[in-house]
Write a new protein. Structure first.
Length: 386
């Protein structure tokens, strides 16, 4: 009896000690069996040590909106430095941060149908939001945001394109001109970049590793002529294995950030208004921790859609690269811009999408989710699909 009594006392004291050590036990109002968890606010941290030359980093501030699990939209406000007679150039750079462990990134295309592309005649264009709706209808999944992706020509996208493990286009358009200074060339000064997803891993890189000066025609030709293909298991492979197993690959244009620094080639770019400021921009980057960040910049003065001082200013390619560096991007590349740039966010409400970045192809008063230049493919930020 004494031994049993002592054992009971020890058990009582142990329970009391555990309760005191653990602190207050929170109530369970939802009767879920688990105490409520206070969600930590999502905080965006800029690189305080970086010294940009084209904008005033002291003016940078942001507002964060949660779109869904693992997906956050950030409205980044800052003041660009004066350009000639133009002062007080305020801009808003929207970013979508994606944690691939909780959310996903998919490729969109017209009718979400890879089988429809059979040679040049099969390519169809549609608004990114329309492509998002097609993907949601086909998969039953939920789209948090949609934005334009690769540059495109008369027949298809410019660079390689893989959707759901299917190679829609094997590589960059080969027009037999590999000098970026030649007006007939359709190549950037940098290596044409690809953005891809394999499971919870994202990558921005050329189609193959290269040696030498990428601005020389000989090196550029090697990159342009490299092609994706399938292995014996019908998985995507690249000639040197860099893109083996990737199920989503979207073509980019210029390299903007390489290994945490602005690419030397950015200042050399001379196509698509690269050095002109006040242009709509779209881009993608990856942080050192693997977070994917989509960038979208509106500029309604493009095509003279608006002259209102209250409308935000667009960016040059170098201004965009500086902001991406300030944002902490490890690797980043440029998507199509100009009138193609159009960001629509859906958040948790599929029935009530919002245009966050208007297309400069349309009136400055138009915020319709389909009021944008039709494109060949798009980047879709989605919820995980079981």
């Amino acid at each position: 009896m004494k031994i049993r009594f002592r054992g009971i006392l020890c058990l009582i004291f142990a329970l009391m000690f555990a309760l005191v050590g653990c602190g207050e036990v929170k109530p369970d109002p939802d009767n879920t069996g688990k105490p409520p968890v206070d969600e930590t606010p999502y905080v965006v941290t800029y690189d305080a040590d970086y010294a940009p030359t084209l904008f005033d980093k002291s003016t940078a501030k942001n507002e964060v909106t949660k779109l869904g699990e693992g997906a956050y939209m950030v409205a980044n406000h800052l003041k660009l430095n004066d350009a000639g007679d133009v002062t007080d150039r305020n801009t808003i750079i929207y970013t979508i941060e994606v944690d691939l462990k909780k959310a996903d990134i998919k490729a969109g295309m017209h009718n979400d149908d890879t089988a429809a592309v059979n040679g040049s005649s099969g390519w169809k264009k549609s608004a990114p939001y329309t492509q998002a709706k097609a993907w949601a209808k086909k998969t039953g999944g939920h789209v948090y945001a949609s934005i334009n992706a690769d540059f495109f020509g008369e027949f298809g996208v410019v660079n390689a394109f893989v959707k759901d493990g299917v190679i829609v286009k094997t590589g960059h358009t080969d027009n037999f001109v590999y000098d970026y200074q030649n007006t007939k060339a359709d190549v950037p000064a940098s290596a044409p970049m690809l953005f891809g997803i394999k499971g919870e891993t994202a990558q921005i890189a050329p189609i193959i590793e290269y040696q030498g000066d990428v601005t020389t025609p000989a090196v550029k030709q090697t990159l342009i002529q490299a092609k994706l293909s399938y292995d014996d298991d019908n998985k995507v492979v690249s000639p040197d294995g860099l893109w083996n197993g990737y199920t989503t690959i979207l073509g980019c244009r210029q390299a903007l950030i390489i290994d945490g620094e602005i690419a030397d080639t950015v200042a050399k770019e001379n196509t698509n208004g690269a050095q002109r400021t006040d242009i709509p921009r779209s881009a993608v980057g990856i942080k050192p921790d693997g977070t994917v960040v989509v960038f979208a910049v509106e500029a309604m003065r493009y095509y003279d859609r608006s002259t209102k001082d209250s409308d935000p200013y667009g960016l040059s390619l170098l201004e965009l690269a500086e902001f991406m560096r300030f944002y902490g991007i490890e690797d980043g590349a440029n998507f199509d811009g100009g009138g193609s740039t159009h960001l629509v966010v859906h958040g948790a409400d599929e029935e009530n999408p919002h245009t966050m970045v208007r297309s400069a192809d349309f009136s400055a008063t138009s915020t319709r989710v389909e009021a944008t230049r039709p494109v060949m493919n798009s980047l879709l930020v989605t919820a995980k699909v079981d």
